[in-house]
Design a protein around this ligand. Sequence first.
Ligand code: COA
Length: 192
Amino acid sequence: MKNMKIGTKRLVLRRIEKKDIPDLIQNINNLKVSRYLLAVPYPYTLKDAKWWIAHCKETEKEKPRKSYSFNIESKAIKKIVGGIGLIHVDSSQGIAEVGYWLGEKYWRQGIMSEALNAILNLAFEKLKLRRINLLAFKENKASNALARNFGFKYEGRKRKAAIAKSTGKIYDENIYGLLKEEWKRKQGKRRS
Ligand SMILES: CC(C)(COP(=O)(O)OP(=O)(O)OC[C@H]1O[C@@H](n2cnc3c(N)ncnc32)[C@H](O)[C@@H]1OP(=O)(O)O)[C@@H](O)C(=O)NCCC(=O)NCCS
């Protein structure tokens, strides 16, 4: 499963390619997007984009894999609009952490919900994981709301645990966890 692709109604989750660099930079070179992300620099340069592409390729070679990084392509405009992935994948423990970002123009259209649903499906059904972790800076209204909306349980706060690379600001991190059985239950409700 090296070059994995996942299709949803409006999106294709796929590997990032060189041709995506202008769209990647356009969307992620925005402090409203990167201020709540741990490791995304601002300004975001061509060098950063090239590093990211090389890094994603490297992670595909890992055995066992420790991360799965996808870019989110909108089928309608055939452009990269964001990213989502699993990191700290530990199959022996049955756990991983999910992370995501979306270009500002595309917020509040249910895009990340659609992408997150696909990634949780990968995590729980294909990779057979038991629990997904999610960390969101305390001030990040959108991500905290999205997590709760998806049934992630708030499990506490790590104080002054993270520095956003883009601003150098220190944040408290909210800890969330989602168990496979909770996700299944929620899916059942959505369908009924
Ligand atoms: C967090 C983020 C990915 C949300 O993406 P999105 O596609 O806009 O989210 P959705 O449209 O799927 O939202 C689903 C639900 O989450 C909640 N939500 C999303 N954005 C919200 C906001 N700005 N304020 C309050 N609630 C919000 C709502 O309940 C929303 O449902 P609704 O629109 O029907 O009310 C996006 O805001 C983003 O990229 N932010 C910057 C990067 C970032 O913070 N990444 C996460 C780091 S932990």
